[in-house]
Design a protein around this ligand. Sequence first.
Ligand code: 0RA
Length: 638
Amino acid sequence: MDGKSRGSSDSYDVDAIQVLEGLEAVRKNPAMYIGSTDERGLHHLIYEVVDNSIDEALAGYCDHIIVTINRDGSVTIEDNGRGIPVSIHKKYKKPGVELVMTTLHAGGKFDKVAYKVSGGLHGVGVSVVNALSRWLEVRIKREGKIFYQRYERGKPTTPLKIIGKTEERGTIITFLPDDEIFETIDFDYDIISSRLRELAFLNAGIRIELIDHRSGKMDIFKYDGGLVEFVKYINRNKKVLYDDPIFIKSKKEDVEVEIAIQHTDGFTENIFTFVNNINTREGGTHLSGFKGALTRAVNDYGRKNGLFESEDFSLSGEDVREGLTAVLSCKIPNPQFEGQTKTRLGNSEVRGIVESITYERLSEFFEENPVIARKILDKAILANRAREAARRAREITRRKSLLESSSLPGKLADCTSKDPRMAELFIVEGDSAGGSAKQARDKRFQAILPLRGKILNVEKARMDKMLKNEEILALISAIGTGIGDDFDIRNARYHRIILMTDADVDGAHIRILLLTFFFRYMRELIEAGYLYIAQPPLYKLSKGKRVEYAYTEKEKEEKLKLLGEKGVTIQRYKGLGEMNPEQLWETTMNPSKRKIIRVTIEDAIKADELFTILMGEKVEPRREFIKEHAKEVINLDI
Ligand code: 0RA
């Protein structure tokens, strides 16, 4: 059937068919619209609706958003914006809201081209949420009335009705995700709350509430200080060089730039960048503009004020960024997202804009705040010296390892395969578990590196000191990528690096420590998705000859019922050492049966935060943390 050849009189029918096909396409290939149908995709449904409310807020019409998880598992998003239009569209002869709900990117603000970001959607429109919901109800407060319409799997089941009167304005959308589409429809409070907190930081003044009627939990996020409060929050457990973050806000050629900067006394660089509220994890032109300007402004100030020892001395970007926490947020009209996860900003015009705004404002700030400028310069000069020392130390270790015929550590039991795509490295805590793992493994593609003793306290150590630690050296040379300036992902000897630690406090501790190490010194490895955590079982249940393993408390209860409760022996595994090699293989190492969890940058950030609390200089947060988490630390899900 060729719709275009028809007369204009029945164009309505043609449109209706197209509309239908539009949403059918979403249901047929949901991943194309929301990235995936796993937990991540599920949560994107909420973000998509919330993004529309945030757009209303940015346009100046809305300052309050409430997200409610209802007892039946549905979610309600309410805002006090203008409300989705309800008047009948001249061409389509339907209320605006019905078009918005049933057409892919229909209507005024939905005309903007959809762009996909890291495994998810943004700006694809609420119609996608509608298409992927078992049911969806929309209520609109507008023109003195309350309007209502219901849909099931994207199709209207009622017309738009007036159900009451009100003087308020706003939109209330409630939906239940379709369990035929999603692997799980169980919303996770913590996942939602951290994104909403982030949105509240990024959009100063908007009040965002989260209420969970399943558990009674709730949170209210409202940050009048915006990015300044964001940076303070990130640094809340760190020692800072100056109390108030430096704040820059400016606009040039339709590009809005906001930056908050604060240095800590630590050694790591923590720059978070966002474009239109999307985390640009892979960086891009805005980030490189910012970095360039920061280096230039600090060097210019140092030179002008005679802080450098010689004429030709200059600080590197890394020197200037040591201990830096910064959040950079840009709002731009036509973002181009590139890179593997579509989270790198490609717009070339943005580099110069961010660079000139940062340089001007920062230079101005340094002139007006010489005490803070001096602190930043002293820190960078110190970093420069340490880096020089580290470089010399590295030269020595490099030469030393060249002298030794093979640079692979002695305790590494390597695999036969030399193809990194196939090869796996298990990092195992302790020699006895290491021994079991060596017997258990499939030698063809599984390598084992046992780590002994308390690994170096990375927080208090500098790069040069760290390189002398035997455990860390073994780890670095086994992985093959090098660290810091030398890091090159192409030299990774394994594309799966699996942390296998005990399910007890020490195990959790070592896991946090290793995650922190990877986060700080081999971050790209995490970003490439090479780092995993093994999931050893918590329990072994046996009855006669039947043996079942349980990986969670819930699973233990289920399997207990399955085996018939009576006469079941339950063994709780506290350490990997309690399993014999066969059991270790069956439950934890065998690729066709095991469950391993890929570490995300978010996990690593969480670990880094925990690490700072557990091992950092400040005593009070650590005491608080241990008091609060004494029990759960054993089962930390990171
Ligand atoms: C289309 C046009 C206008 C607003 C919206 C959609 C809108 C959508 C959502 C989704 C959740 N909350 C929302 N709030 C508004 C512009 C309305 C106007 O011009 O009055």
